[in-house]
Write a protein that binds this ligand. Structure first.
Ligand code: FAD
Length: 346
């Protein structure tokens, strides 16, 4: 029986050893890359260095060769490029077939994707098809002494950090939200190898057809808070939707945007795309001003990596002060307009 166990372990080790390399999926829309892809190349570089393997980028699209240069500049040593009209718009079926073909051919040990709409969709489909594990929304990635990827993410409503491993299957797959990993330094002029993969999914085999793309250009209500340098966020302490005007005024002075806690979103005071936190967005602005937000762990995980946090709360025991660079104990209805007034005077 012992011999059998040894044989099984040896067979598993052999199976896993066939997979090498860290891959990052470069998400793009009409040739425009998603910032999270470069952040993931930064994280991937650390993993590749501890494993002693190559960091590769995966670029799929139409007329997307320029993204190879960007991938090299952000640390990739090699780019697998699939450039064909069938990949022009993201469609699960086409991208899934392409990824599965690449995995079967080149056998990467790790694949990272952004936890965006596209990344979440594609990662889930790929993991299911190739029969491997996937950890969504990771906040930490590391390598253990057996070359396994340690994938850390909040669990049980953010009350614990769980480290998840996929030690019997390859590739190991993880998605990471934008702004969680830091952006690597851009190395202008860096070069690498481009592997042009001539694999084209036949158009007739794809059921989804994109007829037209209509941009929501008229809607001013949608704001991408993940890219903002300055965020003024309001919580339940704002008391009513109309009171967010004072946050909007301060945000405008700073050239920033207004964010919100889940309580404020649940109350219908702010739209869902402004929510910061575990079930909202992860943000990393230069300055995050939390107004009337208590600082529940589910909120903190979405903003605690901001360069500077200013908390305004009338309760000096509020947990938000534990992550604050500057804390102001006071009534936000007095403090916020006073700050705005002072900035206008400058
Ligand atoms: P409260 O906790 O009620 O805090 C209001 C604060 O305002 C208090 O600290 C009070 O002292 C202060 N205040 C009141 N009036 C004033 C005033 N005039 N001047 C100054 N201060 C004042 N929450 C999120 O934010 N984002 C998430 O993504 C998220 N995801 C969640 C996921 C799960 C699974 C669960 C269980 C919860 C999640 N939550 C999330 C909810 C979270 O647990 C808290 O309930 C929520 O963050 C509290 O919001 P708040 O700080 O606005 O409200």
């Amino acid at each position: 029986a012992e011999e059998e166990v040894d044989e099984e372990a040896a067979a598993l080790a052999k199976k896993l050893a066939a997979y090498r390399g860290v891959w990052v999926f470069v998400e793009q829309t009409e040739g425009e890359p998603a910032k999270v892809s470069w952040e993931l190349l930064g994280a991937g570089a650390r993993l590749a260095a501890s494993l002693g393997v190559e960091l590769c980028a995966l670029v799929i699209g139409e007329k997307v060769e320029h993204l190879c240069t960007e991938a090299f500049a952000h640390g990739a040593a090699k780019v697998y490029l699939l450039d064909a009209p069938v990949y022009r718009n993201y469609r699960t079926e086409a991208y899934l077939e392409a990824c599965c073909h690449l995995i079967a051919t080149y056998k990467p040990e790790i694949i990272l994707m952004g936890a965006s709409g596209m990344g979440r969709d594609l990662a889930g489909a790929v993991a299911t098809r190739v029969g491997t594990g996937l950890t969504a929304d990771c906040t930490g990635l590391d390598i253990d002494d057996k070359r396994n990827l340690m994938q850390t993410r909040p669990a049980f409503g953010g009350n614990i950090m769980a480290t998840i491993m996929c030690d019997k299957f390859r590739p190991q797959m993880a998605t990471v939200r934008p702004n969680v990993m830091s952006m690597p330094e851009r190395k202008e002029g860096a070069t690498g190898t481009i592997v042009r993969v001539d694999f084209v999914v036949p158009e007739e085999s794809i059921l989804t057809k994109v007829m037209e793309i209509i941009r929501d250009a008229t809607s001013k209500s949608h704001v991408d808070i993940t890219g903002a340098d300055f965020i003024v966020s309001g919580g339940r302490g704002m008391m009513a939707p109309e009171n967010f005007t004072i946050l909007q005024e301060l945000a405008e002075e700073l050239g920033g945007v207004v964010g919100a806690s889940r309580s404020a979103v649940d109350a219908g005071w702010m739209p869902g795309d402004r929510q910061v936190g575990q079930t909202g967005k992860t943000v990393r602005p230069k300055i995050y001003i939390a107004c009337g937000i208590s600082g529940a762990i589910q909120h903190l995980v979405g903003m605690q990596d901001s360069d500077m946090v200013i908390a305004i709360n009338r309760d000096r025991q509020a947990p938000i002060f534990e992550v604050a660079t500057y804390g102001i104990v006071g009534d936000l209805f007095q403090v916020v307009p006073a700050i705005t007034k002072r900035i206008r005077e400058l």
